[in-house]
Design a protein around this ligand. Sequence first.
Ligand code: IPM
Ligand code: MG
Length: 361
Amino acid sequence: MKLNIVCIPGDGIGPEIVKQAKGALDRVASVYGHEITYKDILMGGASIDVHGVPLTEEAIADAKAADAVLMGSIGGDTTKSPWYKLPPDKRPEAGLLKIRKALNLFANLRPAVLYEELADACPLRGEVRRGGFDMLIMRELTGGLYFGERRTVTENGVRKAVDTLTYSEDEIRRIAVKGFEIARKRRQKVTSVDKANVLDSSRLWRAVVEEVAKDYPDVALEHMLVDNCAMQLVKDPAQFDVILTENMFGDILSDEASMVTGSIGMLASASLNDTKFGLYEPSHGSAPDIAGMDIANPIATILSASMMLRYSFDLDKEADAVDRAVKAVLKEGYRTGDIMSDGCTQVGCSEMGRLIAERIS
Ligand code: IPM
Ligand code: MG
């Protein structure tokens, strides 16, 4: 099969981790007989430095022409980097929001899994994490507060800022359908998270999710208020299978869920549209403090490449091989610094990538 992939190395540790994910994909291609072409595009700070903007129209066109996009991470130190002196719509994050919208990537899948080998890194008490957990946060990614109208004005000498939260029923329906479809392939449970006791947008969310649920009688649906969900994630994470939620709630809850696993450096994500196209990136950020030191954990990016094989190319066997290789390396006791524990062997970013690639068979 021919795989036409656009890469966004981005900022901070992005280029290092993308390089290792490419190594894993190259190994898959040689073992399973596929042909991959890569094209790198600039986004975030890397694009600002060259073009003055975080994402150009040419870069968007390149991404659209690909089968899938593999991304590292974007952004820098918000207190020190000159990128954050620019107006908000010229900063690195604006590039990410822009590409999500331009490619219509409305469904963001963020798995949060407790790896058996890394259970000691989980900050939860033994009895809470016993048995492990494996949830998937399905976050709506192109609507809500992050894409609503916003402005800052001064009225009678008083500054006032306004952000608007809008959802149409169509936007809610399409993400709900994705959530139920994925739940069907997992443990058949959807927890829809909202703030329906206060917000109109949440009341519509709940009503539309109820309508969609009628087509999935085999999937159990429950509703949960977002503040309660934040609490339940640390109280009893094993209760969750698919968490279906809007943009901002998903942004916040997915960070919480990833931290609860104790190994954010392990968590992949996929952002999908209505076709097979997707953008795949680690759930963590660009870690500018350790950029270029060859100590970053490339596993989340490698697992994002695995999600790409699965969701954009339907290459389940190949994706399984990547996931197995990651587990094997962990079992053998290799760790990057962020997941290091007693008795294990600490390795750097490129060595971890090499070890994983070598085990893909
Ligand atoms: C994320 C990030 C982005 C978001 C930022 C960088 C705009 O936090 O992918 O979760 O909020 O969506
Ligand atoms: Mg976030």
